[in-house]
Design a protein around this ligand. Structure first.
Ligand SMILES: [Zn+2]
Length: 341
């Protein structure tokens, strides 16, 4: 198609507003002419003559094709606009032919609308009725869309039935509860002051055991003299504080303070004759005098300071630690317990 032809087609479409006269419409070429002269010209055109010739040799199939297209178009309009609705046939027809590109009925095998309606009556889902007011048509489509719609409706109904039965069960249960327990006042009648109760919060047994375990494992306390395992060069230091996160602040003789975890530290064993603090075992928390050291067996002989009998005891070397008397804060003090909480 050349550019001029294209423009001509567009301008013609713009000019042809609404329906044009049927007698100037060529169904074979599906072309609407605007006046008699135009129609005459069209009838003399080469393309029209060729189509007429084809139609002459193939009349029946051409008409059948137009008929099929017209019927499809009509049914489609019914499906979209008048599902399950009784409607005047002429109304549907007028709506169908109001579309400019429709197949004209005079191109089909039906000469009148009545004839076409009688044909439709044989179709599935179409009900035709003749009344004094004219022909009426009722279309009940049986397509897949309708089947889906039916399935959804059925499902919805089933769900409603289920909901209703559940509701009944709940109501009957609540009724039986009320009748079996008539003395329980409803919440609205309760007095707020009377509903307040006192509860004693007790820690779970496993929590207590965990805390006890941690307390048993902790040997470090403020005032002990310790060494840093990985930094022996720092020399001896005194534990000056233990914070809530169990970080131990150690002050060293050279005037520096550093934080360590307990695992990074080891106890210092003093010279014989000095006082030691027992940091583990059954005597944990007590003070004693160091009487002797057996390096081979890693044992120490001690004498309990506040023991009336002054009996010697043998303990592991790792169970005793040098301490500074003035700064010592024993494991049993509230500060230590607090640090573990
Ligand atoms: Zn034509």
């Amino acid at each position: 198609m050349t550019k001029s032809n294209l423009l001509k087609g567009v301008s013609n479409r713009l000019k042809s507003k609404g329906l044009q006269k049927l007698r100037w419409y060529c169904q074979l070429c599906e072309k609407q002419c605007r006046d008699e002269n135009g129609f005459k010209c069209h009838c003399l055109s080469e393309s029209h003559i060729r189509r007429v010739h084809n139609f002459g040799t193939n009349q029946q199939s051409t008409v059948a094709e137009f008929s099929r297209a017209f019927e499809l178009n009509f049914l489609k309009h019914l499906q979209c606009s008048y599902r399950h609705t009784r409607v005047e046939a002429t109304r549907v027809y007028n709506e169908v032919i109001s579309h400019k590109e429709h197949i004209h009925m005079n191109a089909t095998k039906w000469t009148t609308l009545t004839e076409f309606l009688k044909h439709l009556a044989s179709k599935e889902g179409c009900e035709i009725e003749e009344t004094p007011k004219g022909w009426f048509i009722l279309y009940r489509p049986t397509d897949s869309e309708e089947a889906l719609r039916m399935r959804l409706n059925n499902k919805r109904e089933r769900e409603n039935v289920n909901e209703r039965s559940i509701e009944k069960v709940i109501i009957s249960q609540s009724k039986s509860c009320k009748s079996s327990a008539p003395n329980i006042p409803s919440p609205s009648k309760m007095q707020m002051g009377k509903t307040v109760q006192t509860f004693t919060l007790k820690p779970k047994p496993e929590c207590i055991s965990h805390a006890q375990e941690a307390l048993d494992c902790q040997w470090i306390c403020v005032g002990l003299v310790v060494r840093v395992k990985a930094k022996q060069s720092l020399g001896k230091g005194v534990v000056s504080a233990i914070n809530r996160l169990h970080l131990v602040t150690v002050s060293f003789a050279i005037g520096i303070f550093q934080e360590f975890s307990q695992a990074e530290l080891e106890p210092v064993v003093p010279k014989i004759g000095a006082s030691v603090f027992i940091i583990s075992g059954s005597l944990k928390g007590a003070k004693a005098e160091l009487l002797g050291i057996d390096l081979k067996r890693k044992e120490a002989r001690i004498q309990m300071v506040d023991d009336g009998h002054r009996a010697d005891k043998i303990v592991g070397l790792s169970e005793i630690c040098k301490f500074e008397e003035s700064r010592l804060v024993g494991l049993t003090s509230t500060e230590q317990t607090h640090a573990l909480a």
